[in-house]
Design a protein around this ligand. Structure first.
Ligand code: HEM
Length: 518
């Protein structure tokens, strides 16, 4: 198992979306059927069509969600396209650093695995396009030479093209409504092979001349593109190497991105020792700091104690061994349906810590110890030796003063309005502080693609309900209930240059308050 090195917002977010977030992976769980095909087939096809804009010669195009702007083209016909984009949009999980293109890639990884295919390593960090790319998706009526040219432009040679088409056409099929000249009027959907699963049947049935793939044996010769491709070379993908070859090629497909986009390191299993960004609150001279530690593959042991240690900033309040607090609770079985497919993970557990810290001497770094209390050496989890360093405590979102506010207007037809009030704690004098926030809300304003996030800015105001205390000034600003991530910039904190809290993920579990209007 690989160890998580904190802080890394992108990797921890990607790990969460891959292995813990339940809603996304559950849509395709067990290769779930939809519209006479499978969700996985729809998600793999959209990934290919999105990537197919790539031009390796000038580095443009690739998996960048430009498909959002390309749906009226006949080459992107099919209900699966808009449906897949709606799947991704309604999850409301995109952030400035993890957009729709990252979700399309994630959908491919989930879909292929859910249908019994290989587990494809995942990289995050794609950048969403803001406009359409070129119309370069291959179509069945085109000749072999133009298909080969397309794949070469996308970065795949002839052998890889043959394999990649087989890897794609192991799922799903051709819809009569989309291709009435290819599929008989009495068939809604002509499956490429006789299994819904991700397997080599597409290849073995082709080799045995038993295939029903309409792009091989369909009535219209012009549109037998799979036949032209599969028969173009003797080296059709070997059925025994199907999974391995497809894993490599589909991984390359989803990692084909425009030049200049840098993807994260590949993730192929959940991180061990994953630490959540600590959250702070100030009250009466003390910080309350909460964080969590996820540990994998622990045996069951009721004697186990997990402890968080920390050092203060001034070396006066904590002993050299650190102040400490035991985990307040723990939770097991954290993984989603995709996480359960990862063979190296046998169990998952998260420990919750809630430390009370003297706000004057404060905290400089923290780490953990897991003691089995069975005579074995305790395991120290200290971020590869550096500890988890708290860079500054002059500005933070105060998570106990922030809240989810529901305004309820009971008269006439009752109206509810729910939003989040973000309270910022700033060490400094109310007169000099200036704070603003850019808010990223994945909630789209449209009922059809493109589903684009709403990005707004706001200034913080002095918070009248949280008066200054212990050298801290509290400022407040509201964000929509669905806002996923905010960037906060604060100036006027003593003599410091402007401080930024970037990509702060808006907590989902803030205290709630209902205000009843008249
Ligand atoms: C020359 C290249 C290709 C051609 C001409 C082609 C053509 C087609 C056509 C005509 C359909 C039917 C779509 C519909 O009925 O709406 C289809 C479906 C599909 N294609 Fe391809 N394809 C090609 C390459 C690929 C590749 C490289 C992949 C992925 C690796 C892929 C994945 C799929 C999948 C998964 C489906 C099924 C979709 C569903 O059931 O909803 N295709 N393809």
């Amino acid at each position: 198992l690989s160890t998580f090195h904190w802080p890394n917002t992108l990797l921890s977010y990607a790990d969460f979306q891959l292995y813990e977030a339940a809603r996304f992976s559950s849509i395709t769980e067990q290769c779930s059927p939809r519209q006479s095909t499978t969700v996985a087939a729809q998600w793999l096809r959209i990934a290919y069509h999105d990537m197919a804009t790539h031009n390796k010669n000038d580095g443009t195009g690739g998996l960048d969600a430009s498909i959002q702007f390309e749906l009226e083209r006949s080459q992107n016909v099919g209900v699966g396209m808009a449906q897949s984009l709606a799947d991704f949009a309604t999850l409301l999980v995109t952030t400035p650093f993890f957009g729709t293109a990252d979700l399309i890639a994630l959908g491919t990884v989930f879909g292929v695995a859910s249908c019994g295919g290989p587990i494809i390593p995942y990289r995050a960090g794609r950048i969403d396009a803001t406009k359409a790319g070129p119309a370069t998706v291959p179509e069945p009526q085109q000749d072999f030479a133009s298909h080969l040219q397309s794949f070469i432009r996308q970065g795949f040679d002839q052998t890889e093209m043959i394999s990649l088409v087989a890897c794609g056409h192991t799922l799903g099929g051709v819809r009569q409504a989309d291709f009435p000249t290819i599929v008989d009027a009495d068939t809604a959907m002509a499956d490429f092979d006789t299994t819904q699963t991700f397997d080599n049947t597409i290849v073995s049935q082709y080799l045995q001349n038993t295939t029903d793939d309409v792009l091989v044996v369909g009535p219209n010769k012009t549109t037998r593109s799979d036949l032209r491709i599969f028969s173009s070379d003797g080296i059709l993908l070997s059925p025994t190497k199907f999974n391995e070859t497809c894993a490599n090629l589909i991984e390359r497909l989803i990692n084909t991105v425009p030049q200049g986009v840098t993807l994260s390191e590949p993730i192929s299993e959940p991180f061990n020792y994953l630490v959540n960004d600590p959250l702070f609150s100030y009250l009466n001279g003390q910080f309350s700091m909460t964080t969590t530690l996820r540990v994998l593959n622990l045996n069951s042991n009721s004697q186990r104690v997990a402890t968080m240690f920390w050092l203060d900033r001034q070396g006066s309040s904590c002993p050299p061994a650190g102040c400490s607090i035991r985990a307040s609770s723990n939770q097991t079985n954290l993984l989603n349906s995709f996480g359960h497919l990862i063979p190296s993970v046998t169990s998952s557990q998260r420990f919750f810590f809630n430390a009370t810290i003297n706000a004057a001497t404060t905290i400089s770094r923290f780490w953990f110890e897991i003691n089995e209390n069975d005579g074995s050496e305790p395991v120290i989890v200290d971020n590869d030796g550096s500890g988890y360093v708290i860079a500054q405590d002059d500005v933070f979102v105060d998570v106990q003063r922030s809240e989810i506010v529901t305004l309820f207007q009971p008269t006439g037809s009752p109206v509810f309005l729910t939003f989040k009030k973000i309270v910022l704690a700033v060490r400094g004098d109310p007169g000099s502080i200036d704070a603003s926030m850019t808010i990223w809300d994945p909630l789209f304003n449209s009922s059809s693609p493109p589903f684009l996030p709403v990005i707004t800015s706001t200034n913080f105001q002095l918070d009248e309900t949280n008066t200054p205390q212990g050298g801290f000034t509290f400022l407040a600003a509201n964000v929509s209930f669905t806002a996923s991530s905010v960037d906060i910039v604060v100036s006027g904190v003593g003599s410091r240059a402007a401080l930024t809290l970037e990509n702060f993920l808006v907590p989902t579990n803030l205290p709630t308050v209902t205000i009843i209007g008249s």
